[in-house]
Design a protein around this ligand. Sequence first.
Ligand SMILES: [Zn+2]
Length: 86
Amino acid sequence: MTVEELIEKLQECDPGAEVLLAHQPNWPLQFQVGGVASGEDIAGETECDEHHDYNCDECAEPVVYLVDGDHPGHPYAPRAAWTVAR
Ligand SMILES: [Zn+2]
């Protein structure tokens, strides 16, 4: 899923709702979203293996990580989250 596709899906949601990550359906856990990290952000903090350079434009991956945070109250996600996911 691209950032554009995720934005489209989020536009259908209540803008005041909390965003949670549902993780591993066989033992369903939930986390708050702790932050967002792009490949460029990560390249700036990581020495690339090939060029031994920080902030290497060639090696920055075109990815965005949603980084987990704390559990919101209780740790378990509803299994139905996987059934209804769009
Ligand atoms: Zn590199």
